[in-house]
Design a protein around this ligand. Structure first.
Ligand code: FES
Length: 138
């Protein structure tokens, strides 16, 4: 996550570029974290430098969401690397049924078909989506 200076406008959604290995992981059914070429500002004060990218089970379309919780503006996969008891995301924090991304801080669930938060302190809000057309193979 990066700060955007006050007064600077939010940036347009970035392009998500997938390596062949990342594309293969998505084709194998994983949601993955992808680093962005530049920060994606979703407000004048908050930006993210990564996206969570994958495909809902049984769907053809690849979805990409800003890796930024709507509750406290932290990455969904934020972990304390020094805490051995805290679960590490691998490769992205998904619910057991594979239908939702999980924010590891307070457990909000975001539906991977559309980014809607269905449970948790930000229920009813959505992750910021990145247009599917903006995904390119490299
Ligand atoms: S920061 Fe994500 S649920 Fe609280």
């Amino acid at each position: 996550m990066a700060d955007v200076p006050p007064g600077e406008p939010p940036t347009p959604p970035p392009t998500v570029r997938l390596t062949p290995a990342q594309r293969a992981a998505i084709d194998a059914g994983h949601f993955i974290r992808v680093e962005l070429d530049a920060p994606f500002a979703i407000s004048r004060w908050v930006a993210t430098t990564s996206a969570l990218v994958g495909r809902a089970p049984g769907e053809h379309e690849i979805k990409a969401f800003a890796n930024l919780c709507r509750h406290q503006a932290v990455p969904l996969d934020l972990v304390d690397e020094d805490d051995d008891d805290f679960p590490k995301p691998s490769p992205a924090p998904l619910s057991d049924d594979g239908a939702s991304l999980i924010c590891l801080r307070h457990g909000a669930l975001y539906r991977i078909t559309d980014g809607l938060c269905t449970s948790g302190p930000c229920a009813g809000q959505r992750l910021h989506g990145i247009a599917v057309a903006a995904i390119d193979d490299v």
